[in-house]
Every structure is written in structure tokens, then in C-alpha cells.
Design a protein around this ligand. Structure first.
Ligand SMILES: [Ca+2]
Ligand SMILES: [Ca+2]
Length: 127
């Protein structure tokens, strides 16, 4: 357990750490009676990022969806194959793979010719 003094390891006292967690970047987030802190593991500095007594934190896992507008076939590139995939989708041909969020270029939750045009514009360097 990380103590209130950066870099120390010890038994938390009553006012000491109430929870700690190693963040994805290696830094340590911990809480005590003064708030929530983050220890920068490259400098050893501990910064109070949220003041206030009795701060606790719970962890949630967030899956960040990456949307590449126009990449209808989910291959990481936007090109004519995506226009074909969108056209096939519009015609009900159920293209696979098909990334709806990517294909819905104008974000109206409908795949139609406007998304074909939007994808063409992206390919041509426009918006
Ligand atoms: Ca693509
Ligand atoms: Ca759309």
C-alpha cells in the first residue's frame, strides 16, 4: 500500500490511505482523509487531485470505442471499399464486417446515401 509520503510503503494509520490503485500509466491513485491523490511514478510527486475528507473511489472499466468516420468495413482505412460496404448495407446485402458507427458518417443513426457522400468527401480530403 502506498503511504501518504510518496514512495513509502507501510501500514496505513487511521487517517492514512483508504484505497489505492495503479493507473494505466503506472501512476498510483490513493485516498486518505485529505482527498484523492495521484503519485506520479516518474517524479515521485503526490498531488491532491480532489480535496475533501473521507474520499473514496471505486473503479469502473470503460471501453472506449474508436470511431473512424467512413471506415465502414472496419479495416482502419477510409477508401472506396468503405463506399462499397455502405452501398451494400443500404441495398440490404449485410456486408461483413460492417462498423455501423463508422459508416454513419453524419451520425444520424441511419445509413443512407448521405453517408456514402460523406465517406466520399472524407476520401477526397474534405469533411
Ligand atoms: Ca475501411
Ligand atoms: Ca447517417
Amino acid at each position: 500500500m502506498v503511504g501518504p509520503v510518496p514512495g513509502t510503503v507501510g501500514n496505513p494509520v487511521a487517517s492514512g490511505p483508504r484505497g489505492n490503485f495503479q493507473l494505466g500509466n503506472g501512476n498510483i491513485m490513493w485516498s486518505n482523509n485529505e482527498g484523492i491523490h495521484i503519485v506520479d511514478m516518474t517524479t515521485g510527486a503526490s498531488n491532491n487531485v480532489m480535496g475533501g475528507g473521507s474520499r473514496y473511489f471505486s473503479l469502473i472499466s470503460i471501453e472506449i470505442a474508436t470511431v473512424l468516420a467512413g471506415d465502414a468495413n472496419c479495416d482502419g482505412m477510409v477508401n472506396v471499399l468503405d463506399i462499397i460496404a455502405i452501398a451494400n448495407y443500404i441495398m440490404g446485402l449485410n456486408p461483413e464486417p460492417f462498423c455501423f458507427e463508422n459508416a454513419d458518417v453524419n451520425a444520424d443513426n441511419i445509413i443512407d446515401v448521405l453517408d456514402v457522400i460523406g465517406t466520399a468527401n472524407i476520401i477526397m480530403g474534405g469533411e
